[in-house]
Design a protein around this ligand. Structure first.
Ligand SMILES: [Zn+2]
Length: 416
């Protein structure tokens, strides 16, 4: 049931009045450096304490903690918070998940300002974490605050989940929360992860491809180039291998899915290690790699079987030995249906707030939303951003911060 225009107008006015405060909040948050131990930091504890104080001051007193033990940090645990705003009924609960941790600044010489002392310039807030993932955190939190201050009770529970350890594997963050509390988030809940997006906010990410990196070590016998009959040319075998892999993989796994860009699976020969340093030597060893991005409805094991079959054929034909390795396999979680309630409601909100046409899309790499999908919970990734995650001079566009807050507010007061 769409919400009344009068109520949403009140919320948008309220949110506009938060603009300066949201910028200030971003600056304060940036000072609370939250680096996980894998990134050489002492965790998210201080940032979580800071947030708990602020959130309570906003009138949000229902905060649960799902802290994960981690002996490497001074407090011995990594904080995970759930801030709940009760609705008229609990279900379906609307969840927004944002992560508290950041990545290190990287080479500080590439920054024009101190990465942990955010500055405002040309409508942007510059600082490490301002976009990834503070924008999502601040926008969803201020949307909840707007509901409280306008005394608007949502129809169902609204929950903001603030997690640790997103940047270094999620073991102490969302993965821990979902595994140790299997009933917390429901298959019928609405889950939005504002940790990725595009500049006009039209992209609603619903699916990912599987990632398969394959390495090939081709072993022949090195000889002088004038005496090929005395050796086994690993380069020739590798060239045939690349062409066959390229042709057969594209033929066998040719399905197209318009949700993705590009719509098909991709099989790209990428790195080739250096072989011999001179022209008149036949190389006895070649090492090369393929980067494969596979549509989620194909089995990665089927693709691997095809690859191994082709490698065995080439090895037999050219009398070389071929060792196949997989430096990385990331199997995609099932896609969120483009018909799922979460896709409908966020799309309606985007259209209403920013008048751009929402587009459900799949991407070529993994995101944290996949962890929800693996538990059978449909989740989307959405935000309005230039996508500067992990780059020097990371920034958050202030207009986007305000706009996303309105989109969340719309979602929060609309029934699915
Ligand atoms: Zn992130």
């Amino acid at each position: 049931m769409p919400v009344s225009k009068e109520i949403f107008d009140r919320l948008t006015k309220r949110i506009d009045s938060y603009r300066d405060e949201m910028v200030e909040f971003q600056i304060e948050l940036t000072k609370q450096i939250a680096l996980g131990p894998d990134n050489g930091g002492d965790g998210e504890w201080k940032r979580a304490e800071f947030l708990k104080d602020k959130i309570t001051a906003f009138g949000l007193s229902d905060i649960s903690e799902y802290n994960a033990e981690d002996k490497r940090v001074p407090e011995g645990t990594r904080p995970n918070l759930v801030v709940r705003l009760k609705g008229k009924t609990a279900k379906p609960t609307v969840w927004v998940m944002a992560h508290m941790d950041i990545v290190p600044p990287g080479d500080e010489k590439l920054w024009d300002s101190n990465p942990h002392e955010a500055i405002v310039k040309d409508g942007k807030i510059y600082g490490r974490g301002t976009e990834d993932n503070q924008q999502g955190l601040v926008s969803s939190l201020f949307a909840m605050r707007a509901l409280i201050e306008e005394k608007i009770a949502p129809s169902t529970d609204i929950c903001l989940m603030l997690v640790a350890d997103e940047e270094t594997g999620n073991e102490y963050g969302i993965d821990y929360v979902l595994k140790s509390n299997p009933d917390l988030v429901d298959k019928n809940d609405i889950v939005i992860v504002p940790d990725g997006g595009n500049p006009d906010g039209s992209m609603v990410e619903v699916a990912e491809k599987s990632i398969l990196w394959c390495g090939f070590e081709i072993l022949g016998k090195q000889v002088h180039a004038s005496m090929p009959q005395a050796g086994i040319n690993a380069h020739r075998a590798s060239a045939h291998l690349v062409v066959r892999l390229d042709q057969q993989l594209h033929q066998e796994y040719s399905r197209q899915d318009p949700v993705f860009d590009p719509p098909g699976s991709t099989f790209e020969p990428t790195q080739r290690e250096a072989n011999v340093p001179n022209i008149n030597t036949i190389p006895g060893k070649e090492v090369l790699y393929f980067d494969c991005r596979i549509l989620p409805d194909y089995s990665v094991d089927d693709v691997l079987a095809t690859i191994n079959k082709i490698a065995a054929e080439v090895a037999g034909e050219f009398k070389v030995e071929i060792k196949v390795t997989q430096p990385m396999i990331a199997r995609a979680a099932p896609a969120t249906s483009t018909e799922a309630p979460v896709v409908k409601i966020i799309s309606e909100a985007i259209l209403e707030v920013s008048q751009v046409k929402p587009q459900p899309m799949g991407i070529g790499g993994g995101t944290v939303a996949a962890l929800f999908r693996k538990h059978g919970i449909p989740a989307v990734v959405w935000s309005t951003m230039d996508d500067l995650a992990h780059q020097p001079n990371e920034y958050c566009v202030i207009d986007n911060l305000v706009l996303d807050t309105k989109v969340f507010a719309y979602v929060f007061i609309n029934e699915s």
